[in-house]
Design a protein around this ligand. Sequence first.
Ligand SMILES: [Zn+2]
Length: 371
Amino acid sequence: MRIIRPIDMKALVLNSKDNVATAIKELGENTDVSVKIGEEWKEIRVKQPIPFNHKFAFKRILKGQEIIKFGECIGRATSDIEEGEHVHIHNVEAYDEAFDEGEDIGGIVMGSFESEKKLKVDNLLKILDECKPVDLSWTYYSGMTQIPVLPPPRISWWKKYPDFPIREWEEPSGFKVEKIEMATHCGTHVDAPSHCCKGYDDEVTCEGQWDIDEIPLEHLFGRAVIIDFSNIEKLHKVTKEETVNWEKTYNIRIREKDIVVFHFGWDKYFGDQSIFIKDYPSLSVEVAKYLIKRGVYGVGVDTPDIDGPGNEPLAHRSLFENNIYVIENLANLKDYANNTHFIIVSPIKIRPDMQRRGGAGGAPARVFMFA
Ligand SMILES: [Zn+2]
């Protein structure tokens, strides 16, 4: 019995109806290639160099005959094609883009598993297509609203078109490039679990609490549960009971892996520094503990922080100790509250120091969902 290790294979035929093989390596002119067609092996010498993922005939194909690949007709020969000849746009009239070499790489190399995956991606896209993407983030700009203990955000052009010309090319071009100086907790941002740790001086312990670039990607997307508490009083701290009642009223049970977002309607004050950073509602430590018990991945608010102005960061700390991140300064939740949506939380990866524990305690984030 003939055995060719997958690593030694040079070309593939996936269906016995096929009349072309696909090179899975770049093949030089006159390379001898063994291809398995059904249960039979056949030796073919390729007549021209065949680029990776391109096709060659493993039997004679006459002008006008169909080109069959993976059991499907992908085009018609525009001239006679000899065994071992490159089958490409010079001798094939393609039926559709499926002929495009680049499209088939996955399918050829990985077989049916990859085709199944392609189907999943298509299905996912179909579902997302029916949803509306909603941006939950603020734009960053100089002087934007933020709590006053942080350095004022400065965002400017480092250079802009006339100052940054490139003339060497045929078509002279100008670029614009910005520079940013701001706190990582400015605007819409994610607090990493390492943002707040217990203790002072040398006693600070936050062993095991993730820095921003350590939050696993799987925790950064999923089901958003948007809770509407826009009717509560200023400075009110949401209780566990209110949260449980909300779940009952809307028949939405907060569950493992959820990203729970509280809509206080506070985003309408963003831009007005005199209101936004004062008297905003927040979460009690009991709610934090309840969410920890439910196994959520993240907690978001449309206010500057989850503990309320001037309060000890009790909710922050409980969540952080359980590696639950916090999203602050969210926007645009109003029309999507009291429901669940698919959310993506995308903080940028920052490390002030490349050493261990050198990662950032927060980062600006683009947060959006499909509603
Ligand atoms: Zn923060």
